[in-house]
Design a protein around this ligand. Structure first.
Ligand code: EPZ
Length: 420
């Protein structure tokens, strides 16, 4: 298993470019099931979760692959008429976002058999809201032997009010509704930029959707969709992670592709902590303080503070000049990075969904273990600041959601290397 070594104490400086958004690529590749011709997606990040979804699509008989000769960031998805609409457990359990094939399969083929994703490290993560939406559109849903069997001769438009805001739930039901007969309203919908990106691509395919980016989506079903050629938007969470890398090292970094309008909540907390952040024509420039000021954080659905940036901010605030209170309101178990940060000298106390982070004057490099995707990033960020060397194991967690993060950081002057 690969490990990443980080030698701390170096200010990051220079310019880095953000890759395409993982959490947009996954629903978009699933949306490639909807039209009858081959779609091309560009700026697709080269990372494990994308490879897993491509493998899943191929097991269903879909032509889904990175185009040869390209820089591995161009993907074609072409679902012909005779495919096997089944997603097996061994693939779904490694990446729960595989459930995103449910909506498109139901809409295009009228049936799907998809393994229930099961929980993951950060929480139970049920899909009851996805299934509630499909049932409202007229699908027959059966749960047996850990699989969801969904059938519908033709989906019919309906009003769906989500009990909880769910990003992939909104995306899944939206992808079903675009080919349903009649009108659908999705209430209490997710407002993430990745949901807007999916709606943008579905409209380019010929879907009729209003209200993307708000909590109410209006869809008028159409009978067929056409393939697209689309370049995916930059990854705002990777952008945020790189901004925090500049902040925690007291550096000065220009993150090309970072978009202020997708990161408002994060930027205001970084500024509150003493960072100076400026918009440029190509992204965002972040200069970090010598010592951050403490700030309190509540994670929430977009446009609130993103839960996917909570672990990274905790690393940054662990060296602040006072105590910060961080509340994780989205997932029930997203503090597994705390124990590893404590091994590096952080002073953090967890009470339920709240962590009190008392700033310490410095962190010490140590061997630490990744437990989930964003925890991995948090530990690398802490390693950039720590005195000495940090060795991160189980980096397969990191590789699920970041494309060569250690190379990007090295480009900015960090001493971060991957060892086999
Ligand atoms: C998406 O996951 C992201 N993944 C996650 O990013 C992100 O953390 C999360 O949204 C929240 O922003 C992708 O987009 C592929 P949810 P998702 O459904 O859609 C509960 C990363 O690090 N819920 O919005 O699975 C659920 O348990 C990953 O890149 C239900 O109760 O998250 C959670 O507590 C991690 N029933 C809350 O809602 C449901 O049917 C939000 O989950 C669905 C969700």
């Amino acid at each position: 298993m690969d490990r990443i070594l980080v030698e701390g104490g170096r200010r990051l400086e220079g310019e880095v470019t953000v890759s395409g958004a993982k959490n947009a690529a996954l629903p978009l590749l699933a949306a490639g099931l909807l039209p009858e011709g081959p779609s091309t997606f560009r700026n697709v990040p080269d990372l494990a979760d994308v490879s897993t979804l491509l493998r899943l699509l191929r097991t269903m008989g879909v032509d889904a692959q990175r185009l040869p000769g390209e820089d591995r960031h161009v993907v074609r998805v072409h679902a012909v008429n005779g495919i096997t609409a089944e997603a097996p457990y061994e693939l779904v359990r490694t990446m729960r976002a595989s459930v995103l094939v449910l909506g498109p399969l139901l809409a295009r083929y009228g049936h799907a058999r998809v393994s229930l994703p099961g929980g993951c490290a950060i929480g139970a993560r049920p899909i009851d809201q996805h299934l509630k939406g499909f049932a409202a559109l007229g699908a027959e849903i059966q749960l047996e032997e850990g699989y969801v069997e969904a059938r519908a001769t033709r989906l019919r438009g309906a009003t769906v009010r989500f009990d909880k805001v769910t990003v992939t739930g909104t995306e899944n039901v939206l992808m079903a509704a675009v080919l349903a007969e009649g009108d659908t309203v999705l209430e209490n919908a997710a407002r993430e930029p990745e949901v807007e990106e999916l709606a943008r691509v579905l409209r380019a395919m010929g879907a009729q959707i209003e209200g993307a980016g708000t909590d109410t989506l209006h869809i008028h079903g159409v009978s067929r969709l056409r393939p697209v050629d689309h370049a995916i938007l930059p990854d705002r969470i990777e952008a945020g992670t790189l901004l925090v890398a500049a902040a925690i090292t007291g550096g000065d970094v220009h993150v090309r592709g970072a978009r202020a309008e997708h990161l408002d909540a994060l930027l205001s907390k970084l500024r509150e902590a003493g960072c100076s952040i400026a918009s440029t024509e190509a992204g965002l420039r972040c200069r970090g303080p010598e010592v951050p000021r403490p700030v309190d954080i509540q994670t929430n659905e977009h446009p609130g503070f993103p839960t996917d940036m909570q672990a990274q901010m905790m690393a940054f605030l662990s060296v602040a000049s006072g105590p910060s209170v961080i509340s994780e309101n989205i997932f029930e178990n997203r503090f597994m990075h705390v124990a590893e940060l404590q091994r590096m000298g952080a002073n953090i106390r967890v009470e339920g969904r709240t962590a009190v982070v008392k700033g310490v004057p410095h962190l010490s490099g140590a061997p630490v273990m990744a437990t989930d995707l964003r925890a991995s990033a948090s530990l690398i960020l802490a390693g950039l600041r720590a005195q000495g060397t940090t060795e991160l194991s189980r980096v397969y967690h990191l590789d699920r959601g970041y494309e060569k993060l250690e190379a990007k950081l090295s480009q900015l002057g960090a001493r971060a290397t991957r060892v086999k």
